[in-house]
Design a protein around this ligand. Structure first.
Ligand SMILES: *[C@@H]1O[C@H](CO)[C@@H](O)[C@H](O)[C@H]1NC(C)=O
Ligand SMILES: *[C@@H]1O[C@H](CO)[C@@H](O)[C@H](O)[C@H]1NC(C)=O
Ligand SMILES: *[C@@H]1O[C@H](CO)[C@@H](O)[C@H](O)[C@H]1NC(C)=O
Length: 254
């Protein structure tokens, strides 16, 4: 064997050795993957999947989902059974997947969720970000003297109320009340329009986060009178009808 042949043989042996150790390592490699981002609507449920990726079946020593505050929400016990620590969540384990379901998601649930695994193939963790889509309930209004107040509950992220009469922006004639935060992390936003107009106008909920109006409610100051008149006319006709019936009944008795 000359030197060239000898060194090529050596190179071959070396490459085969590398390939074998790679295959060996691959056999023991384990990764943990989880959903990167979930963005449910307010009060919806959401599911985060944490998946063990490995050729070998690992022996799981510890597998858990942990909330942004660092509280363990659920974990696998040594018998492979799931223990749920929180009534608002539900975890299941199947096919090397620990699946976390949060019922009724609220703003307080936002943040980074950690999935942690200790196993015979090593220690790994993965992260899922929970970002809520905006939430709001409908706008309500009431009139007090010449003031009209509009408000909405369950708003998140914080939003503002603007006022319009046709294309005209009346917001500068209004007073925004300091918004208050409920236990679930949503806001109540309130605004009072001083000296409301005598023809149709509306209040709208503006979200600076999504840069759009989320909802509106229209008010017709004239219409309330028409409605009252219509309903009193109906009452009057109803009364006439009743009297006629009574008269007819009296006549039959005669
Ligand atoms: C949790 O999810 C499983 C599977 O979907 C279901 O059978 C079980 O009833 C759920 N438990 C709760 C407390 O919701
Ligand atoms: C109208 O609203 C303003 C600002 O909130 C308040 O100072 C005023 O007392 C209100 N007037 C009536 C009649 O409620
Ligand atoms: C209406 O006025 C408010 C306050 O001045 C302003 O922030 C808002 O952008 C205006 N909206 C429109 C549609 O003009």
């Amino acid at each position: 064997m000359d030197t060239v042949q000898y060194s090529s043989l050596l190179l071959c042996v070396f490459l085969v050795a590398i390939a074998r150790s790679d295959a060996d390592a691959l056999h023991h490699i384990m990764t943990l993957r989880s959903t990167a981002l979930v963005s449910p609507h307010c009060h919806d449920h959401t599911t985060m999947i944490c998946n063990i990726d490995s050729h070998q079946e690992p022996t799981v020593i510890y597998f858990a989902w942990i909330n942004p505050e660092g509280t363990v929400l659920c974990e696998l016990d040594t018998h492979g059974r799931v223990i749920n620590h929180n009534s608002r969540v539900n975890c299941t384990y199947r096919d090397k997947q620990l699946v976390l379901t949060i019922h009724d998601v609220i703003p307080l649930n936002e943040g980074k969720y950690h999935c942690k695994l200790r196993s015979s193939l090593g220690v790994k963790s993965a992260v899922t970000d929970l970002k809520l889509k905006e939430c709001h309930h409908r706008l309500h209004h009431h009139t007090q003297g010449s003031n009209v107040t509009c408000w909405a509950r369950g708003v998140y992220p914080e939003a503002h109320i603007h006022w319009f009469q046709g294309p005209q922006n009346l917001t500068h004639l209004s007073v925004a009340h300091p918004s208050s935060q409920a236990d679930d992390g949503t806001y109540e936003v309130v605004s009072t329009l001083l000296h409301h107009p005598t023809s149709a106008f509306k209040c709208s909920l503006w979200s600076p986060t999504s840069v759009r109006y989320l909802t509106s409610t229209e008010m017709h100051p004239g219409a309330t009178h028409a409605e009252t008149w219509a309903s009193s006319k109906a009452n009057f006709l109803g009364a006439v009808g009743t009297i006629a019936t009574l008269l007819a009944a009296a006549l039959t008795l005669l």
